[in-house]
Design a protein around this ligand. Structure first.
Ligand SMILES: Nc1nc2c(ncn2[C@@H]2O[C@H](COP(=O)(O)OP(=O)(O)OP(=O)(O)O)[C@@H](O)[C@H]2O)c(=O)[nH]1
Ligand SMILES: [Mg+2]
Length: 312
């Protein structure tokens, strides 16, 4: 049996191998993705984003246990924040999620951002699809909401949960940067701390201003992730969001926007790979830079020439 058949038959080993193939861009990855594609589209994909240390992993852990109690299977894709400041986070995640890892109904995979030149979003799409084809009912994608790559990643999910915490000083300032637009559900985690009330009031106000034109007004939920308080209500809100997507017809629109995004990601990735391979031949880039510095060429005609070469 080949890996695709094994994966579709429920082999966790095949699932792990398929993900590794995609992550490392093995030759068989494209064939594999092609074969599993018709089996995708059934999972509910939930993105969890928010500042470092907001309690995202703890929430995912608690929500996963709740889904398991309801008999649902869960996949977790944790995008490692590999900035030097948070490099240690992955170990914590691993240890905390160890207990889950023993559950056959849960599959956890961490993905590094290090060294993947913008290819992370594409790989995340693919890993999610593999878990989807495998038959996971719910798939969590955890990212630290700071950079563009996280915003790209969030485009691949059905429901985006933005996790905030009280007491980060000028709360709302931190929220402004586009995060209101991407959140379908807002969570104030660490609601056992001071400042919860204030953050909630400010958030509700901003959401009222922001969502007057849209049919779905993102709810704000309080949680204390380590005790599990509010987790059931959060899961309720996620279920409400998916019902809204279905009932409003938004689901179809949303999924086609996703498909479009995936297509563009794939295309972009292939194009830049071809282009970069041609430029990155040893010493080539330096020569090009020299010729620009020496006024023999401009960046514009270099780029034109490279593209003309590739398209030929
Ligand atoms: N007081 C309090 N602590 C919490 C709560 N939720 C999580 N924590 C703690 O906050 C710390 C960070 O939690 P994580 O779940 O690792 O946070 P994260 O957002 O996944 O962190 P990164 O992935 O590193 O960005 C841990 O020590 C948790 O135990 C909460 O509701 N209240
Ligand atoms: Mg985490």
């Amino acid at each position: 049996m080949d890996i695709v058949q094994e994966l579709l038959a429920g082999s966790r080993l095949a699932l792990a191998r398929a993900i590794t193939a995609v992550e490392n861009e093995y030759d068989e990855a494209v064939t594999l993705m092609q074969a599993i594609y018709p089996h995708t589209g059934k999972a509910h994909v939930v993105g969890i984003t928010g500042p470092p240390g907001a309690g995202k992993s703890t929430l995912v852990d608690k929500m996963t246990k709740e889904y398991r109690r309801k008999g649902k299977t869960v996949g977790i894709v944790a995008i490692d924040p590999t900035s030097p400041f948070y490099g240690g986070a992955i170990l914590g995640d691993r240890i905390r999620m160890n207990e889950l890892a023993l559950d056959q109904g849960v599959f956890i995979r961490s993905m590094g951002t290090r060294g993947s030149l913008g290819g992370l979003a594409k790989k995340t799409v693919e890993v999610v699809k593999i878990m989807d084809a495998f038959g996971k009912d719910v798939i969590f994608v955890e990212t630290v909401g700071v950079g563009q790559s996280e915003v790209d990643v969030i485009k691949v999910v059905d429901t985006t949960v933005v996790v905030l915490v009280p007491g980060l000083g000028d709360d709302i300032q931190a929220i402004k940067a586009g995060i209101l637009e991407i959140g379908d559900i807002f969570v104030i985690n660490k609601a056992d701390r001071d400042g919860t009330e204030r953050l909630e009031t400010e958030l509700e106000m901003m959401l009222d201003l922001n969502s007057s034109k849209v049919a779905w007004r993102p709810p704000v939920k309080r949680t204390v992730a380590n005790s599990g308080d509010g987790v059931e209500a959060l899961i309720g809100a996620i279920a409400d969001h998916i019902s809204y997507l279905y009932n409003s017809g938004e689901f179809v629109r949303h999924r086609s926007a996703r498909t479009k995004n995936e297509l563009l990601l794939l295309l972009n990735e292939q194009i830049s790979r071809h282009v970069l391979e041609s430029v990155m031949a040893p010493g080539k880039l330096d020569l090009l830079v020299d010729s620009i510095e020496g006024h023999r060429q401009t960046p514009y005609n270099i780029v034109n020439n490279i593209l003309a070469d590739i398209l030929r």
